[in-house]
Design a protein around this ligand. Structure first.
Ligand code: RP5
Length: 164
């Protein structure tokens, strides 16, 4: 394993309304000391902004992209179509269909354009942050150490017996 400094993570989302979910990814990256930046980039409402972002993400210095959207959630797949960077998709829980629409919009990508799809909602956003950190930790020993410590702390918080 190399010892280089980890790259940056972009967290993009289709709407301001996705931020309460997507901030979970930002929070875990913050805890792990991973450089990250969040932006609103909508596949439907700001398609040119989305294309500019996706095509320029590698040149901007991003190494991993986390993309969250709800409903007809085309953002992760469209971003993945325009960059070779790894894209992690977070299905945001929608009002109408509780995020099942988001999940199905993101997960079944055609062969050749992968999106790593996480769970619906906050668990998915947290895990997207952790998975992004894991990817970066393959080339960053210091980050790998912080990630192991984070996981150990989580384990240590689990009591052996339930309390009344
Ligand atoms: C999607 O539409 C967004 O990702 C969001 O989850 C959903 C609803 O957006 P708003 O109407 O709340 O802006 O594009």
């Amino acid at each position: 394993m190399a010892g280089g400094k980890a790259g940056r993570v972009a967290i993009v989302m289709g709407s301001q309304s996705d931020w309460p979910t997507m901030r979970r990814a930002a929070a875990v990256l913050e805890e792990l000391g991973v450089d990250h930046e969040a932006r609103i980039v909508s596949a439907h409402r700001t398609p040119d902004r989305m294309a500019d972002f996706a095509k320029g993400a590698a040149d901007e210095g991003f190494s991993v992209i986390i993309a969250g959207a709800g409903g007809a959630a085309h953002l992760p797949g469209m971003v993945a179509a325009m960059t070779h960077l790894p894209v992690l998709g977070v299905p945001v829980k929608s009002k109408a269909l509780s995020g099942q629409d988001s999940l199905l919009s993101i997960v079944q990508m055609p062969a050749g354009i992968p999106v790593g799809t996480l769970a619906i909602g906050e668990a998915g956003a947290t895990n997207a942050g952790l998975l992004a950190a894991s990817i970066l930790a393959t080339t960053d020993d210091a980050l790998a150490g912080r990630l192991k410590a984070w996981r150990q702390a989580q384990t240590d918080r689990v009591a052996e017996r339930p309390e009344d």
